[in-house]
Design a protein around this ligand. Sequence first.
Ligand code: ADP
Ligand code: MG
Length: 280
Amino acid sequence: LAPRAPVAVPRVLALANQKGGVGKTTTAINLGTALAAIGETVLIIDLDPQGNASTGLGIERRDRRVSTYDVMCGEATLRQAVLPTAVPRLHIAPSTMDLSGLELELATARDRAYRLRDAVRRLNVDSSHYRNESFDFTYVLIDCPPSLNLITVNAMAAANAILVPLQCEFFALEGLSQLLKTVEQVRQTLNPGLSIHGVVLTMFDARNNLSNQVVEDVRQFMGEKVYETIIPRNVRVSEAPSYGKPVLLYDLKCVGSQAYLRLASEIIQRERNLRAAATV
Ligand code: ADP
Ligand code: MG
């Protein structure tokens, strides 16, 4: 028997912020697309019962036969939920409304906080059984719901690091300390290796003085954790999901697409620095 090639372990980043409308889903879709465009093999896991990441990537409800709900209930493997998208190397595990009932269903399960972690651990192992489409994911992006509930805790337990989208608006920092506290609690109990990857400022409007003030405040508070790349408010970004497309497919030249490409290279650079630091 020929020895099997070692299974690659993907980097797992969770996009979390318990506030809604801050750009979690938009960032999951477009960062995922940008990472795929520069050669990574990416899986987006849609963990929001609203399913906006699935819809935004053109996945019809009737095609979501195996969803992240089935995976977290233990009725399917994550690999079975994976669907291709119009973007080469970008895949999605879609969600359905069923996910909103998960918390109650898992209430008495001992491993309830580890359902996603265990599913993600099997992801690339299972893919070696798929002879026809055998490939390893290098990045997994988890799109969290706007809540610090059991679903988000599962995402934090499964992740290597958290990516926090913050909208450039007056209450940007509100709720951030609660989020950081939850990350710290998960680190102390469920996932000692968890870190904050970075904070991405979204929907920046250069004509608005408030936006500039928010950038200053957030950099003051979070320092180096804030990515240099700032995502501008851009109408093309908000139009793209209604066509079931990432903005990079809808209008590659627009400022929103260009910003997400820059964010992807910044993230890959940070990953390289982390790996270099880990090997010395
Ligand atoms: P969340 O997932 O955190 O709830 P979304 O990513 O769904 O947030 O974004 C909320 C809304 O803001 C959506 O309608 C989205 O299209 C819009 N939006 C997000 N980012 C931008 C941007 N850079 N420019 C314009 N609109 C944006
Ligand atoms: Mg969302």
